[in-house]
Design a protein around this ligand. Structure first.
Ligand SMILES: [Zn+2]
Length: 243
């Protein structure tokens, strides 16, 4: 058993389509409706960046998958991946039949696996929900926090932070509840380049000064709003206790 400090990516999808991330080679009939969950641990350096790149890649695949399914069957139920990322210390071990991975299941002691699951469940399909501590880490990375500066087809637009939205994850405790929701996938043009830059440890871009200024301002305003709401809740609690 090992002790890790790491972000955890939790995925959920509503249809099981075979093992791993790849669908079967050909869809001959709609797959059965089922829930399928998986978590992945990242540790050992660059764990936040690697978790984010994995999540955005799965999110991008989620869109493509649903488009393919819908092009084949117009009446399929709503489906797609929900993703959540949390981080903290955790102990993980596989239990089951020795040397037969198919007959093993992971068990864990620590909160982040469940936090990531709750984050994933609180979002919609094709969304990535990150907890507060994850957002506080990745916000400084221009490649993750700010758009590529095109409309998805290569036509230049102003880089923006509008791909990230405030998100209160109701089922989490106060210190992790105020997370963020990412609604974007990799850009068809710039996605591979951005993914490679993030995994190479790059953080700063020279074309995003204005978006970065607005992001820092919004983050400051948000921190004040969250603090005010926490103070109000504490005052209400103390008033309730005093009665
Ligand atoms: Zn682009």
């Amino acid at each position: 058993m090992s002790s890790l400090s790491l972000p955890i990516l939790r995925t959920r999808r509503d249809w099981a389509l075979g093992s791993g991330l790849l669908p079967p080679p050909a869809f001959t009939k709609p797959p059965p409706v089922a829930s399928w969950r998986r978590f992945t641990l990242f540790w050992g350096g660059m764990q936040y960046e690697r978790a984010m790149c994995a999540a955005i890649t799965i999110r991008t695949f989620s869109n493509d998958l649903v488009e393919r399914l819908q092009s084949k069957w117009s009446t399929i139920p709503e489906t797609g991946f929900k993703l959540g990322i949390a981080s903290d210390h955790v102990l993980v071990k596989r239990i089951g039949t020795p040397r037969i991975p198919a007959q093993q299941e992971p068990v864990w002691a620590g909160k982040p696996v469940n936090y990531a699951a709750k984050a994933a469940q609180s979002g919609d399909r094709h969304e990535i929900i990150v907890t507060r501590s994850v957002w506080d880490t990745i916000i400084a990375n221009d490649y993750l926090a700010i758009t590529c500066g095109c409309d998805g087809d290569g036509k230049p637009t102003k880089p923006t932070t509008a791909i990230w939205q405030d998100m209160t994850i109701e089922r989490l405790p106060e210190d992790e509840r105020e997370g963020r929701r990412l609604i974007a996938a990799w850009c068809k043009i710039h996605g591979p380049e951005f993914c490679a830059a993030i995994l190479a440890g790059k953080r700063q871009r020279s074309d995003v000064a204005e978006a970065r200024m607005w992001l820092n301002r919004a983050q400051m305003a948000r921190a004040i709003r969250v603090k005010d709401a926490t103070d109000r809740a504490n005052r209400r609690r103390q008033a309730g206790l005093a009665r």
